[in-house]
Design a protein around this ligand. Structure first.
Ligand SMILES: *Cc1c(COP(=O)(O)O)cnc(C)c1O
Length: 418
């Protein structure tokens, strides 16, 4: 079946129910942004929020803003909004710290719960193809715990079913793989993990705001995720952590800073954890950065997820079919699952000169990114992307590959951040 023409793409844009949201983001004319899965663009409303938090709340309100501007409750208030996007119940999510730090807390709490139930469970399972920080945090925690704790990596040789022995304490997986875009069936996989007596920790970095997530229906135990990717919270904006109600008060996480205390301003000389999700905080929050998350969340909350998902699938189908039709024999290998149910919201291709090809695309204002080894990654973000963007990007990709325009010194030189 032939893929769409540019005018057919234009017609899809004209009837797109999400098209309005593009005007809510600052995007330079002519820029085709395929990297919202790594750093979402700035909502226009974030500028007003920045001025308010810096000029008014900090500048004028000073210390009083901890009470008067709602700073103290900001992690819980924003957590409630994120909770609505990931199928959380009330009081199950807070915004705080980084995804890596939150993962450390979640893994530690899960280990503590399992120690009580069955101390022989000393294996932390994660995936060789997981985001490196997720592997490193598990390795760091196992080394810190010592006492026989170890990390077991699943891969093609050792699939999850074979890794789930009666020594496994927890399984930590990314819902959507950062490199390939492959997506787990959360409910089915969590059930498999629970049937083996282990706890399930989900990293939603490439899922929150991108695909339907229902943590409660999926019976997950813990979850963490970013706000600066599909949620458009700004560079390095604080992350979130979700803990199932049934676990919240069973154990506490080891970063027992005063913000996780039941009454921080008692200044007590011993630790009593807060009741509920607040015990997953640690210290004073980065308020100026955290305040900028809300505008992006409000946009996501105003866009029905079934529309977002339908458009994400349509954009991916369009990308893949255009490449199949226009780029045969040009050394591109799709590494993203071909079936929509097994895919998140980006598409990735291997090319032997992937890095240089991506630099040549970026030089033409088509911004995706590169991930080792040899992977061109294209984020598909339905809130502000157009079908014609996909058409134009694939046309440029074809031209760059056909003409070998990537084969120039300025495109071969590696930057620190790829
Ligand atoms: C982006 C990403 C992270 C980033 O973690 P930080 O602590 O924010 O650097 C972690 N895990 C996954 C799966 C990611 O995609």
């Amino acid at each position: 079946m032939p893929s769409l023409s540019r005018s057919q793409c234009q017609a899809l844009d004209d009837s797109d129910p999400l098209a309005y949201h593009r005007s809510e983001f600052a995007l330079a004319p002519g820029l085709l942004y395929f990297d919202g899965n790594s750093l979402g663009p700035r909502p226009h409303a974030a500028t007003a929020a920045a001025i308010d938090v810096v000029d008014n709340q900090w500048g004028k309100g000073l210390i009083g803003s901890w009470n008067d501007a709602g700073w103290f409750d900001l992690p819980q208030r924003l957590g409630r909004k994120i909770g609505m996007l990931i199928g959380a119940g009330d009081g199950e999510t807070v915004v705080t710290d980084t995804t890596s730090i939150n993962l450390f807390k979640a893994l530690s709490a899960a280990i503590q719960i399992q120690r009580k139930r069955d101390p022989r469970r000393t294996v932390l399972v994660t995936e060789r193809d997981n985001f490196p920080s997720d592997i490193y945090i598990a390795q760091g925690l196992a080394a810190f715990l010592d006492q026989g704790y170890e990390v077991r990596l699943i891969d093609e040789q050792l699939p999850l079913a074979s890794a789930l022995g009666d020594d496994v304490a927890l399984v930590s997986l990314s819902h959507v793989n950062y490199r390939t875009g492959a997506m787990y069936d959360m409910a089915q996989t969590t059930e498999q993990i629970h049937n083996a007596g282990a706890l399930a920790i989900w990293d939603l970095a490439h899922a929150a705001g991108a695909v339907p997530v229902d943590l409660r229906a999926g019976d997950a135990d813990f979850a963490v995720g970013c706000t600066y990717k599909y949620l458009n919270g700004g560079p390095g904006s604080p992350a979130f952590i979700w803990v199932a109600k049934r676990h919240q008060n069973t154990f506490w996480q080891p970063l027992t800073g005063w913000w996780s205390h039941t009454s921080p301003f008692d200044m007590a000389d011993s630790y009593t954890p807060a009741h509920g999700i607040s015990r997953y905080l640690c210290g004073t929050q980065p308020i100026t950065s955290m305040a900028l998350i809300e505008p992006g969340l409000d946009i996501s909350l105003s866009a029905p997820m079934d529309h977002v998902r339908a458009k994400s699938i349509a954009l991916a189908e369009l990308f893949i079919s255009l490449v199949e039709e226009h780029c045969p024999g040009l050394d591109l290998t799709l590494i993203t699952p071909r079936s929509a149910e097994e895919r998140g919201s980006h598409v990735s291709y291997f090319h032997p000169h992937g890095y240089a090809v991506m630099q040549a695309l970026i030089a033409r204002g088509i911004v995706g990114d590169y991930r080792e080894p040899g992977v061109l990654r294209f984020g598909l973000t339905p809130l502000y992307m157009r079908y014609v963007d996909v058409f134009d990007a694939v046309a440029a990709l074809r031209e760059i590959l056909l003409s070998r325009a990537w084969d120039q010194p300025q495109f071969l030189k590696r930057n620190a951040v790829t």
